[in-house]
Design a protein around this ligand. Structure first.
Ligand SMILES: *Cc1c(COP(=O)(O)O)cnc(C)c1O
Length: 380
């Protein structure tokens, strides 16, 4: 973890910070545990823990008892190992032959999504005299990775017979679980259950079965099985506008900046690139030092809001790479005043969900776009 004095100097160097509330993270984990009633939890920390900071988030989750992580890419797993994290880590993404040796070197669990890949893993494992820990990936309807459930028999048989591989898990991914009314999830569930009969046919025990993402955790108890793979709800955010708000989730990230400039703008004087916005009366305008170069959506130009002094004010003109302007009308603010881009100020709130709606995207993209120009500050 960043040491405290480094963090503090970063704060004074850069007035824009993402504050990560670790007690909210613990709270969300507890709520999810209650919801899944005994299923194990694979905490998904891909994409820099959804923008919250991979290593500090993973370390905190281990303190809270998390015993399995999921990441998207090999290098994310390696980063966790190099940070001293020893708990099992499954890499969810597809693999290339040249990567397999590194999975074995760093003791990372491999997603195997075809017989071909299984053979490649066996070959590298044999050469290294190591046993690979694998999860079989079955495609039940996402058409992204995995052997189609309707033709998984030979794949499963080859995997359970493999001497070089230990089949720890078998899983699939839900395409529509965000929406409680989509019939797709139950179809996928049925295909998954049917596919699992191969283990009975082969007379071997079924490995760890996992299917549910956040949407599955929220809306489809049947998908909870042996383990669930929550991502976005861990961070206190619902996956979709259609999702039922049934859990008491608390947003983990808030994004704050400070006013760096104040001025009065005359009527008819347009603001920012492209001169897309102007007022017909005199207004007070402040400048905020964050922009699309930090991952703040440019599509919030002329439609996003911020909080200053507990009041909501609109972004006017285009969001620039490093800054944007806010119309205070006749409100007041001073240089150095706190600006909330995501979070709560005096009871007024801006949520990631709201921002996503305005920016024409999903909460996932809002969170994962924030890059390393924005310092993360962790509070217990
Ligand atoms: C990203 C991902 C998840 C987590 O998804 P959320 O919707 O954030 O819960 C689970 N499983 C797989 C395979 C994923 O790629």
């Amino acid at each position: 973890m960043t040491n405290i004095s480094d963090q503090q100097s970063e704060i004074t160097l850069r007035p824009t910070v993402a504050k990560i509330n670790l007690s909210h993270l613990s709270h969300n984990l507890e709520i999810i545990k209650q919801q899944v009633n005994g299923s194990k939890i694979m905490a998904i920390v891909k994409a820099n823990a959804y923008g919250h900071g991979l290593v500090p988030v993973a370390k905190h989750l281990i303190q809270q008892g998390v015993e399995q992580f999921g990441v998207a890419f090999l290098e994310e797993g390696i980063t966790l190992r190099k940070a001293g994290i020893r708990v099992p880590i499954l890499v969810l993404g597809g693999i290339l032959n040249t990567q397999i040796q590194h999975f074995l070197d760093f003791d990372l669990e491999i997603t195997v999504s075809s017989i071909d890949k299984l053979r490649q893993v066996e070959e590298v494992a044999a050469a290294k005299k190591k046993k690979a820990v694998i999860h079989l990936k079955i495609d039940t309807g996402m058409e992204r990775l995995g052997v189609h459930s309707y033709s998984a028999g030979p794949f499963i048989e080859a995997a359970v017979l493999s001497k070089q591989c230990f089949v720890k898990g078998i899983y699939s991914h839900l395409a529509c679980a965000d929406d409680p009314n989509s019939p797709m999830t139950l179809e996928q569930m049925e295909r998954f259950s049917e596919m699992l009969l191969h283990f009975q046919r082969l007379g071997v025990s079924t490995p760890l079965r996992h299917l549910a993402n956040s949407g599955g955790v929220l809306h489809f108890t049947q998908t909870h099985l042996d383990m669930v793979r929550p991502g976005i709800i861990l961070y206190g955010i619902y996956p979709d506008m259609a999702s039922h708000r049934i859990l008491d989730l608390k947003p983990v990230l808030s994004l704050c900046s400070r006013v760096v400039y104040f001025k009065v703008v005359q009527p008819g004087r347009p603001i920012s690139y492209g001169a897309t916005w102007q007022s017909d009366h005199m207004i007070r305008v402040v400048t905020v030092p964050i922009g699309y170069g930090d991952g703040y959506c440019r599509s919030l130009s002329n439609c996003g809001d911020v909080l200053i002094g507990g009041k909501r004010y609109p972004i006017v003109g285009r969001v620039c790479m490093d800054q944007f302007m806010v119309n205070l009308e006749n409100g007041s603010a001073y240089n150095g005043d706190e600006v909330i881009l995501i979070g709560i100020q005096n009871g007024e709130q801006i949520t990631v969900e709201e921002m996503a709606e305005k920016a024409g995207t999903i909460p996932y993209e809002i969170l994962t776009r924030f890059n390393n120009r924005i310092p993360r500050v962790y509070a217990q």
